[in-house]
Design a protein around this ligand. Structure first.
Ligand code: CDP
Length: 221
């Protein structure tokens, strides 16, 4: 029997970094579902697909083949065979990812892929609807969040470290807009599962968050 940890929460709460490190501690596979939505968003941007037109959207979705690979334990995203892991990390793709994530046909395309990954191996999967929709029977669910200010500050530092030019005000606005879209959409909106542990990381260091996730997992194993 495999063990699943579902981590949900808003943009920039530090889910991916914390989940990746906790997965290393526990020897689990880390699955970043946001990267899948980003990959679909990237395709739609690059092919200028009018995603609000059903026919165009369906045609595009049929042409998209998404695969995950792992290199030195790090997840890589492949779009029709091409490694797009770095190209999906721009602010433009972030915004487009949250637009396409509200479309039911997009979500159902990814649902089986995500469930299959958790069926055969121990996973930590992060996203918006993992505990509520994708893996409702996950052994451990965590809702990871932090204040908008703190999330904007972290995202800003991350971008600056990568050498990207950006304004903290714009990032703050982008995060607030995405929170709104993710929480108010009809299909699989972001919300805390009833049986999820609520973890506000505003005043926690990354090491503390990783230690807490690892501790909660070991308690259940
Ligand atoms: O890294 P960050 O928290 O900024 O975002 P992400 O996890 O890479 O996800 C990008 C976008 O995909 C989010 O804003 C959501 O709209 C969407 N998403 C989703 O709807 N469901 C998921 N399970 C994961 C991501």
């Amino acid at each position: 029997m495999s063990f699943a940890i579902a981590i949900d929460g808003p943009a920039g709460a530090g889910k991916s970094t914390a989940a990746r490190r906790a997965a290393e501690n526990l020897n689990f596979i880390y699955v970043d579902t946001g990267a899948m939505y980003r990959t679909i968003g990237l395709y739609m941007l690059e092919h200028q697909v009018p995603v609000d037109r059903e026919e165009s959207l369906r045609k595009a979705l049929d042409e998209i083949r998404i695969e995950l690979g792992y290199r030195e334990g790090i997840q890589r995203m492949f779009l029709n065979g091409e490694d797009v892991s770095d190209r999906i990390r721009t602010e433009e793709v972030s915004a487009q990812a949250s637009v396409v994530a509200a479309i039911p046909a997009v979500r159902s395309k990814l649902l089986d892929l995500q469930r299959d990954m958790a069926a055969s191996q121990d996973v930590i999967m992060d996203g918006r609807d993992i505990g509520t929709n994708i893996l409702p029977d996950a052994e451990l669910k965590i809702y990871l969040t932090a204040s908008v200010e703190e999330r904007a500050r972290r995202r800003y530092q991350e971008m600056v470290q990568k050498g990207a030019e950006c304004s903290i005000e714009e990032i703050r606005k982008d995060i607030a807009d995405r929170d709104y879209r993710d929480m108010h959409r009809e299909t699989a909106p972001l919300r805390q599962a009833e049986d999820a542990v609520y973890l506000d990381t505003s005043d926690m260091t990354l090491d503390e968050v990783v230690a807490e996730i690892t501790r909660l997992a070991k308690e259940k194993m």
